[in-house]
Design a protein around this ligand. Sequence first.
Ligand code: MLT
Ligand code: MN
Ligand code: ZN
Length: 299
Amino acid sequence: MHVVILGSAAGGGLPQWNCRCPICSLAREDSSRVRPRTQSSIAVSPDGERWLLVNASPDIRQQLFDTPALHPREGLRHSPIHAVLLTNGDVDHVAGLLTLREGQPFTLYGTSGILDSVNANRVFDVMAEDVVAREPIGLDATFEPVPGLTVTLFSVPGKVPLWLEGETVELGAETETTVGAMIEANGRRIAYVPGCARVTDKLKSQLDGADVLLFDGTVLFDDDMILAGVGTKTGWRMGHVPMAGQNGSVASLAEVEIGRRIFVHINNTNPVLVEGSPERLAVEAKGWTVGYDGLSLSL
Ligand code: MLT
Ligand code: MN
Ligand code: ZN
């Protein structure tokens, strides 16, 4: 099985278009200190030929250009992308669907909770319904979006997408709106969880035994955004568990049997993005890799 991290940043990317925080500034000035990163997406294939895209980011056009395995290969119009799966309805995960128009057949998968928000928005009808089938998938049911690749979706603590928030928002709810995906081929398993508000015992048992975990690395501390002076929201309010602290992902997942652990969906305010920073070295010392665009694994 092959996996490529197409985009390792959270919503906004790195640098974010309007941000002059120290990390965004470094990403503009010195890519040896902070590598620029595009928004959240991975591609997975059982054979290197047929690919599943998980999440369609606003940067998808550039991501596909930068990834030769995803270029058209035959005839006049073609794509090795056979299917697209959504793990939530956030802008950084769905806006790229608009780029996947142009009459190319593929199947779009997601829970009803996620697909309903896409279906309700007519701008997504640019993916013509007679060429792009939309296939709702139940939680905990295994399906095969690409021959030889099976996927099981499981709910993780989260919230509705920011653009669908009402006056009150339920935080940390385990519903169909935020899911993780267990992706399997040839007896190997990759768990992809780009958004998760809390590490629960249920989640730990779900991740147990995975060969690779790609996990929510939005914030180091719950108050990263406040410390950076760019906002007032905590990680919890945004539906993202911090890396650090007693209930953070690094400590909570330490005892879970996982082959390789990689942070993805990293917000541009997260100090682990700075190469060689004490924060980066601390998470690496705990066995984590800070994901970057183009990181690919074959397993
Ligand atoms: C998130 O992951 O919290 C969202 O992508 C935020 C957003 O929609 O900008
Ligand atoms: Mn996001
Ligand atoms: Zn920034």
